[in-house]
Design a protein around this ligand. Structure first.
Ligand SMILES: Cc1cc2nc3c(=O)[nH]c(=O)nc-3n(C[C@H](O)[C@H](O)[C@H](O)COP(=O)(O)OP(=O)(O)OC[C@H]3O[C@@H](n4cnc5c(N)ncnc54)[C@H](O)[C@@H]3O)c2cc1C
Length: 408
């Protein structure tokens, strides 16, 4: 097991600097254009694939970094470049984590490479859990998966919403109800392979921020997938459902549910994205405050401005430490006895919202225009307190974990 240290090793520093270079030279200059176009920045994803940043190998390397800092460090740098473009680059990872968390080795080996495609034919993937009436309340999910034993196929019907890359993805990972009596314990995840009949894109959303990332409804009408597309396999599902039924009858053992396992693994990662956006806005504000002159002196000469910057930087560093702690705990198998993953996501996302708003204020009128990037960063930052569990849901999880009480 790796010793904990806050000092990045030489390999990590090299990766961080390489990613920072890509973020500064390729992502940041394209940010405004793709934000205005509100389209997936395919040329930037292709560029990322060419240099090896958009690839299974790269994420696997970071994922298996024994210190746990590979993924948060990579995400911070890419999202420092631009949140919308970075989400287009890393959105496939959410679907990949869904397969890693619940799939067999064979499923992992078959589907994850297809999610990324290859340099000459880049693909993206989507993870579809949320529904119009099942956002925070995952147990209200209605999309059904029914097993057709004669054909060894699953038949999926329902409407998913808010799916990052939904409809433009090759592989979709879809969470569906297999036993409605069991609430969220009766859910299972399925691979819907590319070009499967019955899956279509519904509404594409016009958004407040991260507009370079595609978000849409996914409609499933009698979508038939082979039995081997059930993540984890039928035998494991049957065993899990049997345990859940027993547990429901006795009020005993808790059963892990597929969608929550995916969200738990990705929470500190969202915190790292938020740290990237917050740091980007802080840096612009610091530079501006040192150069903008009013009343014959740089505005940073005023404590009212300088102290804001001091608080911004302190909160960003605190957020990063919480994210790194949670990522280190996840990698080294420490139990999240105080919901440290949720804490990191809560604090980092709220920090990003606050810091980007302060950056707009420090730039004055310029901060309110699209001539300067903080306006976009402020719009982008609003997503972090919403997706992968809202701030209120993080607080619920933390409060329940700390108290052991079923707080509502
Ligand atoms: C840009 C974007 C991308 C997304 N990408 C994906 C994706 O790839 N895949 C996917 O499956 N989903 C995705 N989501 C969905 C996202 O995870 C949900 O939007 C989020 O979980 C909140 O659900 P909701 O929007 O239905 O809000 P609701 O659950 O309706 O919440 C509305 C408000 O009520 C509050 N609230 C709800 N319940 C409680 C409670 N018990 N206590 C206190 N407050 C409460 C919430 O905190 C929130 O403020 C994405 C969303 C967006 C906006």
């Amino acid at each position: 097991m790796a010793e904990f240290t806050l000092e990045l090793n030489d390999d990590q520093k090299q990766v961080r600097d390489w990613l920072h270079g890509f973020a500064a030279d390729v992502i940041r200059p394209a940010a405004s254009e793709w934000d205005e176009r509100e389209e997936t920045p395919w040329p930037v994803i292709q560029e990322a694939a060419k240099v090896g940043i958009y690839s299974l190998d790269f994420y696997a390397q970071q994922f298996f970094d024994p210190t746990g800092l590979g993924i948060p460090m990579a995400l911070e740098e890419l999202f420092w470049g631009d949140a919308g473009i970075a989400l287009s680059i890393v959105g496939t990872g959410l679907a990949a984590v869904g397969v890693l968390a619940n799939g067999t080795e064979e499923q992992i080996g078959t589907w994850i490479p297809q999610m990324y495609g290859d340099v000459d034919d880049v693909k993206v993937a989507a993870f579809c859990s949320s529904e119009p009436d099942a956002g925070s309340d995952v147990a209200s999910m209605r999309t059904r998966a029914v097993y057709d034993q004669a054909k060894d196929e699953w038949v999926l019907n329902g409407t998913k919403t808010w799916a990052t890359n939904g409809g433009i993805a090759g592989v979709h990972v879809v969470v569906a109800v297999v036993d409605a009596e069991l609430g969220s314990k009766g859910h299972a995840s399925f691979i819907v392979p590319p070009n499967t009949p019955g899956l279509s894109q519904g509404q594409k959303f016009k958004k407040h921020g991260i507009r370079a990332s595609h978000t849409a409804e996914v409609v499933l009408e009698d979508v038939r997938v082979p039995g081997h597309c059930l993540l984890g396999g039928k035998e494991k599902l049957d065993q899990r459902l049997a345990r859940a039924r027993e547990s429901a009858a006795s009020g005993g053992e808790r059963v892990k549910n597929a969608a929550m396992a995916t969200f738990e693994a990705s929470r500190p990662a969202v915190g790292a994205m938020a740290v990237g956006t917050a740091r980007a806005a802080y840096e612009v504000a610091l530079d501006y405050a040192k150069t903008r002159t009013q009343f014959g002196r740089p505005i940073i000469d005023n404590q009212g401005v300088a102290f804001q910057l001091a608080d911004m930087r302190t909160q960003i560093d605190a957020a990063r430490l919480l994210v790194w702690r949670a990522s280190w705990m996840a990698t080294t198998g420490k139990p999240f006895t105080s919901a440290e993953g949720s804490m990191s996501k809560l604090y980092a996302s709220e920090t990003a919202k606050k810091v980007t708003a302060q950056a707009v204020q420090i730039l004055g009128g310029n901060g309110f225009t699209r001539e300067y990037p903080v306006e976009r960063m402020h719009r982008d930052a609003a997503i972090y307190t919403i997706f992968e569990g809202t701030s209120e849901i993080q607080r619920l999880v933390i409060a329940r974990t700390l108290s052991g009480m079923p707080i509502r």
